[in-house]
Ligand binder design. Sequence first.
Ligand code: FAD
Length: 280
Amino acid sequence: MARRAPQRAEVVSTERITPQMIRVVLSGPGGAPLAVDPAGNTDAYVKVILPRPGSGVVEPFDVEEVKARIPAEDWPVMRTYTIRWFDAETGQAALDFVVHGGEGIAGPWAERVQPGDQVQLAGPGGAYAPDPEADWHLLVGDESALPAIATALEAMPEGAKVHAFIEVADPAEEQTLLTSAHAQVRWIHRSEATGGPGEDLVRAVTDLEFPPGRVHAFVHGDAMTVKELRSWLRFTKGVPKEDLSISGYWRRGNNDEQWRAAKKKWNAEVEAEELARAAS
Ligand SMILES: Cc1cc2nc3c(=O)[nH]c(=O)nc-3n(C[C@H](O)[C@H](O)[C@H](O)COP(=O)(O)OP(=O)(O)OC[C@H]3O[C@@H](n4cnc5c(N)ncnc54)[C@H](O)[C@@H]3O)c2cc1C
């Protein structure tokens, strides 16, 4: 299948919604609509194409022309961001960026962009929406998965039963979440004192007394945490793979290129471990 060319976008506005989360609202060039309809997926995402700092590449650029001209280590990078909302009337979309210190390319980009700045997007992709047939829903993640969790909560119908566990740095990172569902949301504050990132989140989730019936689970965020929860959900709780949307959105100590390069092998190792466990 032919690869769709990236689409051009323009920054409409930016807003610091919490100390470490910046919302960037995008339109097409000159306010035209973007073609990023999430098609019902609450985890819909785009790949944001960003120049590497110091590479001399600036918008507007043509990705293929740049790749033909400069060494690979200077090529623009792609970073994946959830579509927090898409307004079908205006064709505008919002992406929420975690700013994790001064590190990385996308976080600092979100901090410095201004209305009118240009950027290119690939996608959208997406694969999860809460299953209306499920008896209850489990939503788990860190800040990187918070946009998808918030979007899923908004899409849940009245009466849906939801347990959500969200790990953030501290109380200032909590957001107001809107939902018609019967949702119990637990905010977990990251703490080195109790074992470091992910530890309290895993503890809180594994302490949950599972409600009866079939669960549909969405678990994303730091790969190490996700791996632990995947194993627990599959083997301790017997949740079938088909009822799990689960993956590492990023991995501590890896930038996105490193994580994407390692992800296939990592996933194969997790699968192999699970098969061995299932056979024993
Ligand atoms: C389908 C999908 C949807 C995603 N949606 C979102 C989203 O809506 N919002 C969002 O913020 N992220 C989201 N992510 C995660 C995001 O793509 C990664 O966090 C990405 O690595 C950030 O790029 P960067 O250039 O800021 O940092 P990188 O250059 O990739 O990494 C630099 C350093 O920062 C660390 N790092 C990366 N991400 C984080 C983090 N979240 N917290 C702490 N340290 C980090 C890395 O381990 C590395 O050490 C999503 C990922 C996927 C696969």
